[in-house]
Design a binder for this molecule. Structure first.
Ligand SMILES: [Zn+2]
Length: 260
């Protein structure tokens, strides 16, 4: 039932998590109704891949990723590259991730997180797929590692972009796209002002559902249909129509993920 004329890709959505088990069909119907055509699913660990496998909807395409979330790196990460390569190689894997750094939840495994991030970048380059980057209280280290890994072959997304203008520009110079999620609608975050100064042709929309719901759903369980609020906010920041915002960000996602 595609009634809407807007088409959007949710480039970062954990729709396979138990938070959606109760009412998954209704959540997906609402997403399709709001024009979501594709959902990109970043993994949290290798177990995520089995949870992703059961998803289906007549009007939505589901795309998988293989990776280990930095908060799930709780021991030596050496050697995960081999398994990552084996899982990520599959044709139905559109990207490698999510990976990245998170110094907010855990300072204990910082060096293992960095090893893991490097392994993800190496595999992403080897497979010629984008790498999806999580970042919390770790921006400079993240960008340093991306710079070290960037040999012209690395592409990817700084998901849930929350940097300063300088960090944003550095990320763009390193070839990254910026994932714009619900945080851009938060009143006190200041992310909106930074985003307004960045080029729209390097941005993709995302929810990070079930987390980080945009205003006016802030604090609730996030879901793909709420992405329209983020698109609306972005269109206000760039003073263009929502249709144009959706068209440009969808094209960006198609280009980055090399969707047909
Ligand atoms: Zn995520």
């Amino acid at each position: 039932m595609l009634l809407n004329y807007l088409y959007m890709i949710d480039t970062h959505c954990h729709i396979y998590l138990p938070q959606f088990r109760q009412d998954l069909a209704a959540v997906l119907d609402r997403a399709a109704y709001e024009g979501i055509t594709d959902i990109m699913m970043p993994a949290i660990d290798f177990g995520s891949l089995e949870q992703m496998a059961v998803l289906a909807h007549p009007n939505i395409l589901f795309h998988k990723m293989a990776g280990i979330h930095p908060c799930d790196v709780d021991g030596p990460a050496d050697g995960i590259g081999l398994k990552l390569l084996e899982k990520g190689r599959s044709k139905d894997m559109v990207a490698i991730g999510e990976t990245g750094l998170d110094y907010y939840w855990s300072k204990e495994h910082i060096s293992a997180q960095q090893v893991s991030l490097r392994e993800h970048c190496v595999v992403a380059k080897q497979l010629d797929k984008p790498v999806i980057l999580h970042n919390r209280d770790s921006t400079e280290d993240l960008l340093d590692i991306i710079e070290e890994q960037q040999d012209g072959r690395l592409r990817g997304i700084w998901h849930c972009f929350n940097g300063t203008p300088e960090q944003g520009r550095r990320a763009l110079d390193l070839g990254l796209y910026l994932g714009i999620g619900g945080v851009v609608t938060f009143k006190n975050a200041g992310v909106d002002r930074v985003v307004a100064g960045m080029p729209l042709d390097r941005m993709v929309l995302e929810t990070d559902a079930p987390y980080l719901a945009p205003v006016p759903k802030r604090g609730k369980r996030n879901e793909p249909s709420f992405m329209k609020y983020t698109a609306q906010k972005l269109s206000e920041l760039f003073d263009i129509s929502v249709e144009e915002t959706d068209r440009i960000t969808t094209e960006n996602a198609r280009r980055l993920f090399r969707l047909p």
